[in-house]
Design a protein around this ligand. Sequence first.
Ligand code: ADP
Ligand code: MG
Length: 231
Amino acid sequence: MSSGIDMQPAMQLIGIEKTYGQGDGTLTVLKDANLDLAAGEMVALVAPSGTGKSTLLHIAGLLEKPTHGEVYVGGAACHKLNDKALTRMRRTEIGIVYQFHHLLHEFTAVENIAMPMMIRGLTKAEATKRALVLLQYLHIDHRGSHRPTELSGGEQQRVAIARAVANSPRILLADEPTGNLDPKTSDYVFDALSQLVKASGLSALVATHNLDLASRMDRMITIRDQQITDH
Ligand code: ADP
Ligand code: MG
């Protein structure tokens, strides 16, 4: 192929089943669920509470293993990796944003963003430089030296987004990233998120209850009868 376009899906989930033990019985959350996430694609996951959105994101984020099924990230068969290799894969290929920012309170915004880069081996100076670039991109560079408790909800989420993409992952997973914000702030944070996704060419899977935001993504999927289908 000479198009220069990466035709390999960023992520492929094939025949995913996830069962939890519950009391003396079992609960099947996903059964034969399949998903292709193309490179550069931004996909909204819209489904009622309890249908398995967080479960799906945890499996895609290599945080939880499916009961059955195959998980490919950039063509690599993650279901065959041991825990050490999975951790490495997660650090390099996956960024995650949650509904609540989960920033470390004793560190500044810049330090929170720099940390995953330093864990990967960048020097403090290198990591700080990139953290500042990301903050500038998200229009919060003036808040870099503040700690999370000194930031607004929208600013905290933008710092969390910067931290998630700090190591230039292949895939960004977001679990109701604006679920805790007022509509105007949600809009602003979502715009920042989607600009960053599009500019960096990464793929994103975003669980949200906000249909307005969902409709601005490339496509919408849902979970119905334990399977992933178009919304
Ligand atoms: P959503 O994010 O769409 O609200 P979840 O993925 O959190 O849904 O949960 C899907 C279902 O799986 C729910 O019924 C939930 O109670 C159950 N569940 C999630 N995690 C666990 C777990 N660790 N153990 C047992 N049941 C779980
Ligand atoms: Mg959830």
